[in-house]
Design a protein around this ligand. Structure first.
Ligand code: FES
Ligand SMILES: [Fe+2]
Length: 380
């Protein structure tokens, strides 16, 4: 985020604090409960949102040097992410072209991949470079049996993949506008500290809803983050389907005593970017959290969440390790013990027939924007 934009953001937030209000949308929004429970809706979302547009699958630091690779399965697809010898990010389906076994597991560093079933060997670039009993496959050209590539791009420290083979990555103007802002964070230099995978009994949208308002901060989180952040107070800005929320820490009041040119605005806010449809990037002043939130392939009432905490520099000392671990523990404690149990209760309640719609208040504009965009994308 550029300096002028940071100052403008601080001005808006300090004004809201003075007036004890926040940005209000024009009207309340009525959200159909069925969109969280219905299998047909889940199938439409799978097609429209998770197979036909770019997915953000990580940050550059996940593949720190040539030869690094990482498997990625949360999208319901076996993805193989690689850093080529020339530094380029490339992605493949993690599917052997002989009989379909996975050619890689986990993450690591390698010059290529050997299928564990019959030992077909692939280069880091996906080419089939060798196979036992070559003569038995004489009519099947090796050149025609490379790993299936997926369109992939690395932009401003974000890794993007198109999940459908043969489909090109097309980035909208909206995303480009958002990336312009994200470029200011230097995301390419952040390094992964730790990744956690969570499986919870709630629709993926309900998991994402958790991040979209601060109206619950001093109620649900009264004993945790209420002391740190202002309650029911945030800016909300859209970039087409993508959007940004900024919530001030209580310490933002200190800015009033400092010369404006010295304001370190980003130390006093948590900035949440939703990279539509399913990625939440949280800027916390020093660390970056990347939440990838996916629907369960079978059950609309289940979600798979992958959280990676990234640090601005390598974690080299025990003291630094303990510091980042405390930060990660706080994030996990709040969402796992406070947010998601409520979400799971909501999901169970959705099937009870209490109501056909839930309501998002005028102070919950990001929720309205998110769900309106999903409804539009899955009905067209
Ligand atoms: S399935 Fe990979 S070598 Fe046979
Ligand atoms: Fe929360």
């Amino acid at each position: 985020m550029q300096k002028a934009e940071q100052l403008a953001l601080a001005d808006r937030l300090l004004d809201y604090i003075d007036r004890q209000t926040l940005q209000l949308s024009d009207a309340v929004y009525s959200q159909p409960v069925v969109e969280y429970t219905d299998r047909a809706q889940a199938a439409r979302e799978h097609t429209a949102l998770f197979r036909h547009q770019p997915l953000c699958v990580g940050l550059s630091g996940d593949l720190p040097a040539p030869g690094h690779y990482a498997t990625h399965d949360a999208a319901g697809l076996p993805l193989l992410l690689t850093r080529q010898e020339n530094g380029e990010f490339r992605a493949f389906l993690n599917v052997c072209r002989h009989r379909g076994a996975r050619v890689a597991e986990g993450s690591g560093e390698s010059r290529g991949f050997v299928c564990p079933y019959h030992a077909w060997r692939y280069g880091l670039d996906g080419h089939l470079v060798g196979r036992p009993e070559e003569a038995a496959f004489a009519e099947c050209q090796r050149a025609d049996h490379a790993l299936t590539p997926l369109a992939a791009a690395e932009r401003h420290g974000l890794l993007w993949v198109h999940p459908t083979p043969g489909q090109p990555l097309v980035f909208s103007e909206h995303l480009e506008a958002l990336e312009h802002e994200l470029a200011g964070y230097g995301l390419a230099h952040f390094q992964p500290f730790s990744t956690r995978t969570l499986r919870r009994a709630l629709n993926w949208k309900l998991a994402l809803d958790t991040f979209l308002e601060s109206y619950h901060f001093c109620v649900l989180h009264k004993d945790s983050i209420c002391a740190i952040f202002h309650h029911n107070l945030a800016t909300f800005d859209t970039y087409g389907p993508h959007f940004r929320l900024a919530t001030p820490r209580r310490a933002i009041a200190q800015l009033r005593d400092q010369p404006r040119e010295d304001w370190q605005v980003l130390s006093h806010v948590v900035v949440i970017y939703v990279l539509f449809p399913n990625v939440v990037l949280v800027w916390q002043g020093e660390q970056v959290e990347l939440w990838q939130i996916f629907p369960d392939a079978e059950d609309p009432a289940r979600a798979l969440l992958q959280l990676t905490l990234y640090t601005p520099t390598a974690v080299l000392t025990e003291k630094a390790q303990a510091h980042w671990q405390r930060n990660l523990d706080l994030v996990l404690r709040v969402v796992e013990n406070e947010d998601f149990p409520v979400g799971e209760g909501i999901q169970r309640g959705f099937t009870a027939g209490a109501q056909s719609h839930i309501v998002f208040g005028r102070n919950e504009g990001a929720l309205a924007h998110f769900h309106h965009t999903i409804t539009a994308a899955t009905q067209s």
